[in-house]
Design a protein around this ligand. Structure first.
Ligand code: PGA
Length: 250
C-alpha cells in the first residue's frame, strides 16, 4: 500500500511573516491527518524557518531545486549538503518552471535527481506535457522521455528513493485541472513504463498529481488508482486549503 503524500510547493512566495504564520497554521491543523504524509517546500531562504517550526512534528520539508555541484563558484545555487544541513527530506527536481525559465534539460534534471539521491534527499521528479504537446498527441512520449532520462542515468531502482509528480504544464496555476480520468490515464502510463523495467519499483513508487489541485477536486483525483497524492502550488499557500487537500488524501 502506497502512503499518500501531499507536498506544498510554495515557489517564490511569502514573506518571513507570512511563512511563519503559514507554517504555524499547517502545524496546528495537521493533527487530523494521520494516514497521508505531509511536506512543504518553501523558498530556499525560508527553509530554516520550516526546520525551526516543524522539527518534532510529522511534517517534512524540502527544497524546490538544487545544484548538481557540491560547492564553489556557482552564484545563486544551493547544494544538496546545504539542504541536508537544514534537515530537508525532499527536493523538487525538474519543475516545469525550472525547465522553462531556466532551460533545464532532461539530462540536467536527471543529474539533479542523482545528486539529490546521492546526498540522501528524496527527489520529487516533475514530468508533464505542455498544452501544445497534449494537443498534438505526444503526452506519453514527452513524459516517457523525461522519465527515461532518469532511468537511463540512475537505473530503475533509483526511483524507489524518490517520488514522481505528473504535472501537466497547462494545468499549473491556470485553474484548469486535468480531469481525474485524464490524470489517471497518464499516471497509469507512467507506472506501466516503470513496470516494464521493474514491477516491484512500479508498485511502490508514489506518483503525485500537480496542477490546480484544490480541496474541492483533491478527493476525486487522489481517489484514482494510480494517483498517490498531490504536489500543490497555489492552494498550498493558505493553511486551510492545504489542510483540506491533506484531509482529502487521508
Ligand atoms: P498549482 O501548481 O497547484 O498552483 O497549479 C502546482 C505546481 O506547480 O507544483
Amino acid at each position: 500500500m502506497r502512503r499518500p503524500l501531499v507536498a506544498g510547493n510554495w515557489k517564490m512566495n511569502g514573506s518571513l511573516e507570512s511563512v511563519r504564520s503559514l507554517l504555524d497554521g499547517i502545524k496546528a491543523g495537521v493533527g487530523a491527518v494521520t494516514n497521508a504524509e505531509v511536506a512543504v517546500c518553501p523558498t530556499a531562504i525560508f527553509i530554516p524557518e520550516a526546520q525551526q517550526r516543524l522539527s518534532g512534528t510529522e511534517i517534512a520539508w524540502g527544497g524546490q531545486d538544487l545544484s548538481t555541484e557540491t560547492s564553489g563558484a556557482y552564484t545563486g545555487e544551493v547544494a544538496a549538503s546545504m539542504l541536508n544541513d537544514f534537515a530537508c527530506k525532499y527536493v523538487i527536481v525538474g519543475h516545469s518552471e525550472r525547465r522553462t525559465y531556466h532551460n533545464e534539460s532532461d539530462d540536467l534534471v536527471a543529474k539533479k535527481f542523482a545528486t539529490a539521491r546521492a546526498a540522501g534527499l528524496a527527489p520529487i521528479l516533475c514530468v508533464g506535457e505542455t498544452l501544445e504537446e497534449r494537443e498534438s498527441g505526444v503526452t506519453n512520449e514527452v513524459v516517457a522521455r523525461q522519465l527515461n532520462a532518469v532511468i537511463e542515468l540512475e537505473g530503475v531502482a533509483a526511483l524507489a528513493d524518490g517520488v514522481i509528480a505528473y504535472e501537466p504544464v497547462w494545468a499549473i496555476g491556470t485553474g484548469k485541472t486535468a480531469t481525474p480520468e485524464q490524470a489517471q490515464e497518464v499516471h497509469a502510463f507512467i507506472r506501466s513504463l516503470v513496470a516494464e523495467k521493474s514491477a516491484e519499483v512500479a508498485e511502490g513508487v508514489r506518483i503525485l498529481y500537480g496542477g490546480s489541485m484544490k480541496p474541492g477536486n483533491a478527493k476525486e483525483l487522489i481517489g484514482k488508482a494510480d494517483i498517490d497524492g498531490g504536489l500543490i502550488g497555489g492552494a498550498s499557500l493558505a493553511a486551510e486549503d492545504f489542510l483540506g487537500i491533506c484531509t482529502a488524501a487521508n
